[in-house]
Structure formats: C-alpha cells, structure tokens
Design a protein around this ligand. Structure first.
Ligand code: PRX
Length: 627
C-alpha cells in the first residue's frame, strides 16, 4: 500500500472516501443533484433520475448547455482573463487562449457553422489533428446544439467514410496537411476521398495547419472554405442554445464485437455533471491547477478530461500536439518543466515506452509542479506504476489515479481519490453513487479474489444515452449479456476483474472480442473484415496477445483461397490493407497462415480457443467446437 502524504489529504476535497461513499450510495439522487446544483441551468430539472429499461435518464426536463458552464459562466467573472487553453506545437510553438479569447473563437466558428446552415441536432464530423481548432470546433458545435463527431486523425479514409455515413454528417472540418513527427500527413486528400460519394456532406472547412498552396478543390455538390477566411468575418458574440439535459452533445465511435464501430451518444446534462464531478474530486481541481492530458480528442479522454472537465472546473488545459518521444524522449518532461502543469494524465503504454529510455532522462528535468498523476486506458502493471511514481512523482510522491472507465461511461467509474491508500495495479473502488461487482453469467457474485465479469449495479449521470441509430445493439451489448429477469439496472462492461479482500478492484482485461492496442480499442471483427477484403483471403481470425509495451499486440490467422500461397510479401500486403482500411493503429504484429480455424457448429470462429492455444493456456469448454 502507498499512503498519501498528510499535506495531500489536508488539501483534498474528500478526506474520507468511505464516509462519503456510504452517504452517496444511500442517497444517490441527493448526492448527484447537489453536485448538479453547483452548475448553471436555464431551467431546473423536475426529476433527478428515471430508469426505464434499458435507459437511464438524469435531470429530466432540466435545461442547460454544457457551454453555458464551460465558458459563459466564467465570462461574468475575473476568470475571463485566465488561461483556458495552452497549446504547444511540435516545435514548441505556443498558442494561449484566455476564457474570453476562447469564447470569442468559439462564437466566431459557431456563427460560421450557422452561416453554412448548421442547426441544433445536425451532425458535424471533426477530422482534425491535435490543434486548437479541434477543440474550438467541438465547443462551437455544442454551443449551437449541433452534435459533434470527432474522428481520430490517424484513422483511414474508409474509417472516416463509415463514421460520416453512419452519423449522416452535413459538414466535415479538416486540415490541409499537418506535421506528424518528421512526416507531413495530408488530411485533405483523405477527406476528399471519404466524401466523394457522400449524400449528406455539403460543406468542408479546412484549417491551414501548414502553409502550402491551396489544393485543387473540386467536387460536385460540395463547397470548400478555409477556416480563417470563413471566421474572420463572423461576429464574436453568439447565443448559447438552450438544450434539454438529454439532448445529444456528441457521438463518439468506438469498437465493439462486430465489424462496424458503434456510435456512443452522450448528452448535455448528465454527461456534464458526471465529468464535472469526477474531474473535481479525482484530480482535486483547485483554482490554479493546470491539467496536462496527453490524450487526443479523437478518443473519450480527450473529450472528458482534456476539454470538458477542465473547462467546467474553470482551470487551464495544456495540450501538446505530438507524441511522447518526438523530437526526443524527454519532450514531455521538458514541457512539464516549462509549463508547470499540476496534474499529468497519461497511459500505461506511454509510461512503458518512456521507461525504456531509462531514469536519467526524466531526472534531468524539474517536475516539481506535479501534484497528481493519472493513468487510463488499460491495466497498468505494478512495475510501470512504481516507475511513474518514483521517476515522475519523485520525492513529492503525488498519488497516481488509476482511472477505469469507458467511452460509454463518459466519466471515471472505478478510481482512487488523492486521499486514498493505493495499491499499484489496482484502480481502487467505485466513484460515489456507483456500485460495482464481479459476477458470473447468471449475475451471481463470484466472491473475493475470483475472476468474473465486471458489472455496474447503479447508474451514474454520464452513462451513454444510446448507440446512434442502433437501440437494439445498445440493449444487447450493455443490458442483455447477464441474466436479468427483473430488468433492474445491471450494466455489462465487457471487462473481467477481481475484487480483493480489501474491496480493491483489479482489472484483468476485456472479455469480449475487443483488443486494446496502446490503450486504443479495436474490434477483432473489424480487423478481420479488413483482411477478408483482400481477394486472396478466404477466412481470417484475429486475437490480442500480451505485449510488453503496447499492452496487447495483434495476431491474425489466415486461410488463403485456393491457388494462393503464403509468403512474406503477402503478409506485408495484408498489413497494408488493414492500415488502409482502419489506420496505422491497427497494424498487425504477427500473421500465421493456417489450413483450418476452430469453429462452432454454427460456423462462428472461436477466437478464445485460438488465444488459449497461442498463449499455452487451458482451452476451456470446447463442447461446441465443430471439429
Ligand atoms: O478494458 C477497459 C480499458 O479500456 C476500456 C474502455 O476503452 P475506451 O472506451 O476506449 O476508453 C478508454 C479511456 C477511458 C475498458 O473497458 N480501461 C480503461 N481504463 C482502464 C482500463 N483497464 C484497466 N485499467 C484502467 N484504468
């Protein structure tokens, strides 16, 4: 156990987790409505919570807008002159935005969107790298009630196209080209390719990240605009749309068990309250805090704890455009020394990758501004935890918040608080108001120190509202996996976990066919369909294998069609197919050509059998195996 230093407890909002937890579980609606009252509402809610299987709804009939709380409320105070966003480019160029300046940029862009006909409820796809305009566009959409769908800039043409089509987006915001390490990536070409056959996209807005000649912009039915030219003529005042608490704020696509990504929908009210509260208590946010999150808004952490959480709490968010070891492996530490963030939130993959370079590198920098560290996205192994604690935290020993949550939960669910005693590798216990358990498929608790399915037994405000255009899938994925005759709230997380004698949770990993590569969620089926798209492939099965740095790596088993022979060349070709159809994050580490794959009698590939065999583990129940 690692105990917090007395000054950390002294400073913390929550000094005794167990006491507050007990109160919150006995009075969850009071707990959450008291927090919601710290925020501004145009109209108060009539009912705090309602469960109508399979939907949990919060703050019924309440009216607000997340922007009303992220920006508008600060503009009436001295905070308007405080830094809201500090952006650091790859070459250490800096852009600073006070709350007032950020608001002006948001208003300008919101007015620009309106001038192009975007209104409440319309979907806007944001395909931008980590530049300020990525965040400005998200916030501008929210302000006018449009629904943003951020697509990670590393995704391929095909991935972008599917996301645009599924959301039926009217507009895409992209960049011409952008620097990525020593390369220049052309996003515009990819965007044009993705919207060529789109029936919904009418306009494209291009941010000029690098100075280059205007591209040849010629597409029937689509108009192209440059961000600067479009926004310069817009007013710096724009009214904030009044939104119902359960109106959608954004869609964020994430991988599941099928070949098609799912559009997770979050709303203005509940999401706002959950993210506000967890940012405040988990990172113990105070007036002068600066949060450096290394996430990208292409993923949920970049939404909740890089954009909305810090702004809802009126603090400064610090963003670095590039990767941890570019142009040198001390870059993050150099940024911490120079910009003095108090909270540093990153991933186990990044920590493991930086560990490889040795302790001397961070030791050269002054990291004394750090008060709290955070980890997210995948289980953190105790040795990485301790390295992080000792080499980044140093003698101040800032506690590490190992936060377990998901795109769907919107906010931290299992997480320590700064005053909690920590065990490296465990994500502590549930946040206030939430009950969690580890059960078997019948929903029965498995007891202490036994592995089972992680479920959540009580709802929290920022639970997803739905899956975009797919309520059936929503119900099946989260509420039908565990036997539940009485239709009470039992949310299936898709993770396996254990609870120890002290009630601490230990996450083992996914129990569905989701693979976590460097903390990014990829579906086996998604990768398989990219492989099968190759004419030479008859069948494909993909599994995740433990990997020292990335957490998991991808292995593919391939059956070739008659007449084709395995070769190293073909392996390269297949990998290229996957990179083109999904993106470089889905690169395959190993390919094995096989004659047969283990299948059920109904023809479903049993990936778990392949995985067990690959890892030398017991294969388990194979009674349904066809051969
Ligand atoms: O398996 C869990 C893992 O990430 C999954 C959610 O992935 P995603 O929706 O992409 O969100 C990632 C960022 C919140 C979970 O089902 N996961 C997330 N955080 C942790 C984790 N596994 C172990 N420890 C964590 N702290």
């Amino acid at each position: 156990m690692f105990f917090p230093k007395p000054d950390i407890i002294e400073d913390a909002y929550i000094k005794n987790y167990e006491e507050v937890y007990k109160y919150s579980i006995n009075n969850p609606e009071d707990f959450w409505s008291n927090i919601a009252k710290e925020l501004l509402w145009f109209k108060p809610w009539k009912k705090t919570f309602q469960w109508q299987y399979p939907y949990a709804r919060w703050f019924i009939d309440g009216e607000t807008n997340i922007i009303y709380n992220c920006l508008d409320r600060w503009l009436k105070t001295d905070k308007k002159n405080k830094l809201a966003l500090v952006w650091i480019g790859q070459n250490l160029e800096v852009k600073k935005y006070t709350y007032q300046k950020l608001n002006e940029e948001i208003c300008r862009f919101a007015n620009a969107l309106k001038s192009l006909g975007i209104k409440k409820g319309d979907r806007v796809t944001i395909y931008l790298p980590k530049i300020p305009e990525q965040i400005i566009s998200m916030l501008a959409c929210a302000k006018i009630g449009a629904i943003h769908s951020v697509v990670y800039s590393g995704f391929s043409v095909e991935a972008l196209k599917t996301r645009i089509e599924d959301a039926q987006a009217k507009i895409v915001i992209t960049t011409n080209s952008y620097p990525y390490k020593d390369k220049i990536i052309n996003s515009l070409e990819k965007t044009i390719e993705a919207i060529k056959q789109s029936s919904t996209i009418r306009n494209v807005i291009i941010v000029k990240r690098v100075n280059e000649k205007n591209n040849n912009l010629n597409l029937t039915n689509v108009k192209f605009y440059y961000w600067d030219e479009l926004t310069i003529k817009q007013d710096i005042i724009c009214s904030t749309e009044i939104m119902n608490a359960n109106d959608p704020l954004f869609i964020l696509y994430t991988s599941g068990t099928t070949g098609k990504p799912k559009g997770v929908v979050h709303g203005h009210g509940g999401y706002m309250v959950g993210v506000y509260a967890t940012s405040k208590f988990v990172f113990d946010l105070k007036e002068n805090d600066i949060l450096f999150s290394t996430a990208d808004p292409g993923w949920i952490t970049g939404h909740s704890y890089m954009t909305y959480g810090p702004l809802l709490n009126g603090i400064t968010t610090l963003i670095y455009e590039s990767v941890p070891d570019y142009p040198h492996p001390g870059r993050w530490w150099e940024i911490i020394e120079k910009f003095k963030p108090t909270i540093f939130y990153t991933t186990p993959t990044a920590i493991r990758a930086l560990m490889k370079y040795g302790e001397e590198i961070p030791s050269k920098y002054d990291l004394s501004s750090l008060k709290i560290l955070g980890s997210v996205g995948e289980p953190i192994n105790p040795s990485a935890w301790i390295w992080f604690y000792k080499n980044i935290g140093r003698e101040k020993n800032p506690p590490i918040m190992d936060t377990w949550w998901q795109t769907e939960t919107g906010m931290h669910i299992l997480t320590p608080l700064p005053s909690a005693p920590l065990k490296p590798g465990s994500c502590f216990k549930p946040f206030f108001g939430i009950m969690a358990d580890v059960v078997d498929e019948k929903g029965k608790s498995v007891g202490k120190n036994k592995e089972g399915y992680l479920i959540l037994k009580t709802p929290w405000p920022s639970i997803l509202l739905d899956l975009w255009q797919n309520p059936q899938k929503y119900k099946e994925t989260y509420f039908e996996k565990i036997k539940n005759k009485t239709k009470k709230f039992i949310y299936f997380t898709g993770d396996s976990a254990k609870i120890d004698d002290d009630g601490y949770f230990w996450i083992i990993g996914r129990n569905d066919d989701v693979i976590k590569v460097s903390g990014h969620r990829l579906g086996s089926a998604e990768i398989e369909s990219a492989l099968i798209a190759n004419q030479k492939v008859a069948e494909a099965a993909v599994i995740g294998k433990p990997h020292e740095i990335k957490g998991e790596s991808i292995k593919a088993f391939i059956i070739l069609k008659h007449g084709f022979k395995p070769s190293e060349e073909l392996k390269k070709e297949l990998n290229l197919n996957v990179r083109m159809l999904i993106g470089p994050i889905a690169s395959i580490d190993e390919i094995e050509f096989v004659e047969k794959l283990p299948k059920t009698r109904s023809g479903k590939i049993m990936r778990r059998v392949l995985k067990a065999q690959e890892l030398g583990l017991p294969v388990g129940d194979i009674s349904t195996l066809e051969d």
